[in-house]
Design a protein around this ligand. Structure first.
Ligand code: FAD
Length: 483
């Protein structure tokens, strides 16, 4: 089955178009002695796990704070949903993961995995060997990684960081955490001092919701995709889905199987046209919603109208650091976390505060690996950062190039076309081999194939030569490690 592809993926003028000016700057090498620091890592998802590994390898002492009871972050699927389905009520019960039951990866496993720990199929009937496996396989891979490198011994589970603030003449951080005690309601509160903090708390948990004129009087239900698990609650309903991300498409096909009608509201159409989708009996594509009314109608910008039961917001997420107190040095403004030197270090607090994994339209795991290697080396003095003023100039130059290209603030952390350049810059800072060409090619082949066969791209893979190159690399890497 085919449908029109609506995506801003190609049209969005990402941060990438504006470039990363600092990447061309040579770091120089530090004359200072190598030091070991006491570092707090917030979160034990993919970013926190690999950060813990890299920091320990570099000789730092590491504590990973994880509010959940296991590693994996996003990849810990749960049927539970939040008490407010749209995710705006501040006192709602919270759920971290945004995964839906049927989710499969949107990056081939060979390209998705850490460079130093390939995500290859396991010879085990309980595992999912597919090139684009289901979410459980990714969780199991992260569990394997954790076991292999004994990361769990660094993690304090069920321990939420509630406050991070400057301490001791602003040279250190004071962290307040709350630990649930053995499943009891009892909470243990602890204040501790750390030399440095690496924030790895993920950014697919705090829903962003579209503003719709008239919504307060509209009688239907609303939900954010953060709380979507399976299509059953939408059976026989007329659904309006807002958004055009990969998840939005996955969800819309799934809904079409059970819902009475599915109406997708999107900003752009790439392949195909607005209107009824030829491969479906019950799916329509519309421009954005103009407003909604008390009689249940949803009015689109092209004048089309539907009476709907539910609006599903597949409209993305916001960066959210409720625990972080930096006296206004780091802010989140229209989804720009800043100022950050290369999306990692706030110049005024570097290297004692850093962020891993803020960039999107990326290949996350290997990027986390390089970012955390760099952080580890900077913290130990093996790598040198430019001066605070130079970093700030760099950030400002980056922001003004975004402005020149008309890139909205909220795309500041969209890596897009600069994926290779950024990763190669990190690799060069760390003295690592450049980002593998096969990895990037696999990523690009996937994007192309996704645009052509949105519903079946995960089960069709023709670029076998790239898989062979990947495996040659994995074998070479393993034999280098053994010898
Ligand atoms: P998370 O995995 O979100 O982990 C953050 C951790 O921090 C959590 O365990 C959380 O409990 C913990 N935490 C948060 N706040 C606190 C606190 N205050 N105190 C203590 N602990 C805290 N990526 C891919 O590579 N391939 C894909 O196919 C893919 N598909 C995706 C599909 C969906 C629907 C979503 C939402 C994301 C997808 N991603 C995919 C991106 C995915 O999020 C990243 O790959 C990666 O898993 C993010 O890791 P992370 O460690 O940054 O964040």
């Amino acid at each position: 089955m085919k449908m029109a592809i609506i995506s801003s993926q190609i049209k969005i003028s990402c941060a990438s178009l504006a470039g990363f000016p600092s990447m061309l700057r040579s770091p120089g090498h530090a004359p200072q002695p190598i030091v070991s620091r006491h570092v707090a890592v917030i979160g034990a998802g993919a970013a926190g796990l690999v950060t813990a590994r890299e920091l320990r390898r570099e000789g730092h002492s590491v504590v990973v704070f994880e509010r959940g009871d296991q590693v994996g972050g996003t990849w810990v699927y749960t049927q539970n949903v939040e008490s407010d389905p749209i995710g705006v009520e501040p006192t709602r019960t919270r759920v971290h993961s945004s995964l839906y039951d049927s989710l499969r990866t949107n990056i081939p496993r060979e390209a998705m995995g850490f460079r130093d720990y390939p995500f290859v199929p396991k010879d085990d009937p309980d595992r999912d060997p597919r090139r684009f496996p289901g979410h459980r396989e990714v969780l199991m891979y992260l569990q394997d990684f954790t076991r292999e490198f004994r990361i769990d011994e660094l993690v304090r589970f069920e321990t939420e960081v509630v406050r991070v603030r400057l301490a001791e003449g602003e040279e250190k951080w004071k962290i307040k955490s709350k630990q649930r005690s053995m499943g009891l309601e009892l909470e243990l509160e602890l204040d501790e001092i750390f030399d440095a903090v690496v924030v790895c708390n993920g950014h697919f948990t705090q829903p962003r919701v579209a503003y719709i004129p008239g919504i307060n009087d509209w009688p239907g239900k609303q939900m954010h995709s953060h709380n979507y698990r399976d299509p059953e609650p939408f059976r026989d309903q007329v659904v309006v889905l807002i958004g055009n991300s990969v998840s939005a498409f996955d969800i819309s096909w799934e809904l079409a199987g059970v819902a009475k009608e599915v109406h997708i509201a999107a900003r752009t159409v790439i392949n195909g046209t607005f209107g009824k989708q030829p491969a479906y009996d019950n799916m329509w594509l519309h421009p954005m919603i103009k407003d909604v009314c008390e009689d249940g109608s949803v009015n689109f910008l092209d004048g089309s109208i539907v009476i709907a039961n539910i609006i599903l917001h597949c409209t993305g997420y916001e960066y959210h650091f409720p625990f972080l107190e930096t006296n206004g040095i780091v802010t989140v403004d229209d989804n720009r976390v800043g100022p950050l030197y290369n999306h990692i270090f706030p110049p005024a607090l570097a290297p004692r505060l850093s962020f891993v994994g803020l960039l999107w339209k990326a290949i996350p795991f290997p990027m986390f690996e390089l970012q955390s290697k760099w952080i580890g080396g900077v913290l130990s003095n093996r790598f040198k950062l430019p001066s605070q003023e130079e970093m700030m100039e760099d950030v400002e130059a980056f922001y003004s190039s975004l402005e020149t290209f008309g890139t909205p603030k909220r795309y500041t952390h969209c890596l897009g076309d600069n994926l290779v350049e950024y990763n190669n810059w990190l690799a060069s800072q760390c003295g690592c081999p450049a980002f593998e060409d096969w990895r990037m090619q696999m990523f690009l082949v996937t994007i192309k194939s996704k645009l052509a066969h949105l519903e079946s791209y995960r089960d069709e893979w023709e670029a076998q030569h790239l898989v062979l190159q990947a495996y040659e690399d994995f074998i070479k890497h393993t034999s280098e490690q053994v010898s």
